[in-house]
Ligand binder design. Structure first.
Ligand code: MLT
Length: 429
């Protein structure tokens, strides 16, 4: 019987037999063939490298229509959230399923403020980590150890502990990230300031003077808030899928999120905006000749970074939201950033060239986020850390949703074995 009650099925005919499978429907009309009984019924598995055709769970958190360029969190279009909500409201929405009332938002923000400091022993640990280590490596290590500092909130089967861990993760990640940034950039870490809002406090810990009265640029605060919001979730991307896979073994939420940080660190996932900047440097090294660079891309001598997306076959709706922000930040600069200018020229020329539009290569969120972060003064090695802080609500929401889903089983894919068949062990002596 199909899930939507319409009794729709899909027939599989193969040499040796046939089998009927239920056809399931999502709330947006997406359809999925329920192949749970395939192996037991036919002796066959499916081969799907990268899981591009595999829905591994039902989820109520994020809806993406890649062809139409739609992204919604809990049903709300990303454009509306970007316009009307803050990152904290969206974090609450993604994790709890509904937008907070004013009172709920205040309580949530207060809990995060109170929990922002990290234990002294953890500060000692952070200070002992190699200063020249990549901030993502250090972040993953630190998040993993939260389970040890806070073993009173590491039991995945206890809802109260999960709730406490949720707040601790959201509250402490910016503090840990800022501590790492200050140390790797050679300055003294700054304690969280309970008088400040979440994003403002993060910026003050990153760039402040430590006096408590550091003036923050409102445009930069809004820019970071928006960038975090736009990254809050993206359904089963590599790091979120990793968090679910690790969590499916009943691993605690801290360890699962730490695994997500490591997945995000990969250059193909969270490292993409850093790759955009490296590409822009390459163009600068070519005397800023964007046309010559695009010809090299067409000749497959180099890669166009920040264009195209595994899921979006049209535009990435997140990139539209930050394009205006990029222009505002550029306008703010006394001396226009050369890489920023090159990015805008590259975008304009690639979008006017059928070679790229026919291949559906439109700018994605990574194309703009790196240049904005750079203009705000972030070193390149912090870009992925910012992505991690933004993605944290999504990781937490998916981990929690999975635990409440009765269909959850430990992740255990199959393989198509293509190695040697049985062969005799070489004769001895
Ligand atoms: C993301 O936001 O995680 C990236 O766009 C990658 C993805 O969704 O696969």
């Amino acid at each position: 019987m199909s899930e939507d009650g319409k009794g729709r099925t899909v027939e599989l005919r193969y040499d040796g037999g046939d089998q009927t499978f239920p056809l399931l429907a999502g709330t947006e009309g997406e359809r999925a063939i329920d192949v749970k009984a395939l192996l037991s019924g036919t002796g066959m598995t499916t081969l799907d490298p990268g899981f591009g055709n595999t829905a591994s769970c039902r989820s109520e958190i994020t809806y993406i229509d890649g062809a139409a360029g739609i992204l919604r969190y809990r049903g709300y279009p990303i454009q509306d959230l970007a316009q009307h909500s803050s990152f904290l409201e969206v974090a609450y929405l993604v994790i709890r399923g509904a937008l907070p009332s004013a009172g709920e938002l205040k309580d949530f923000a207060d809990q995060l403020r109170t929990n922002a400091p990290v234990p002294d022993e953890m500060r000692t640990l952070l200070d002992a980590l190699p200063r020249n280590g990549h901030p993502m490596t250090l972040l993953a290590a630190a998040v993993n150890t939260l389970a040890a500092y806070y073993d009173d909130s590491a039991d995945p089967t206890d809802d109260d502990q999960v709730e406490t861990a949720t707040i601790r993760l959201l509250a402490k990640l910016p503090t840990i990230a800022a501590h790492i940034h200050r140390r790797t950039s050679g300055s003294e870490p700054i304690d969280p300031d309970p008088a400040r809002d979440y994003v403002e406090n993060f910026l003050a810990m990153l760039f402040g003077q430590g006096t408590g009265d550091t003036e923050l640029d409102a445009l930069y605060t809004r820019a970071l808030d928006l960038l975090l919001l736009l990254h809050a979730d993206h359904e089963l991307n590599c790091s979120t899928a990793t968090v679910r896979v690790v969590g499916s073994s009943d691993a605690d939420i801290y360890g699962s999120v730490s695994a997500g940080v490591n997945a995000l660190f990969g250059p193909l996932h969270g490292g993409a905006n850093q790759a955009v900047l490296e590409m822009l440097e390459e163009i600068r090294g070519m005397g800023g000749d964007v046309d010559a660079f695009l010809e090299k891309v067409k000749a497959k001598e180099t890669r166009l970074m920040g264009f195209g997306h595994r899921v979006y076959k049209n535009f990435d709706p997140r990139s539209r939201e930050i394009k205006g922000l990029a222009a505002d930040i550029l306008a703010r600069q006394e001396r226009p950033d050369e890489l920023f200018q090159l990015a805008l020229e590259l975008e304009r020329k690639a979008l006017a060239d059928p070679y790229f539009t026919e291949r559906k290569l439109y700018p994605n969120v990574d194309f703009y986020s790196g240049v904005i972060y750079r203009a705000m003064g972030f070193p390149t090695n912090m870009f992925t850390v910012l992505f991690a802080i933004g993605r944290l609500p999504g990781w937490i929401a998916h981990w929690r949703e999975q635990r409440k889903d009765p269909a959850t089983r430990i992740a255990r894919p199959r393989q198509l074995y293509v190695g040697p068949t049985e062969r005799p062990y070489p004769a001895q002596g």
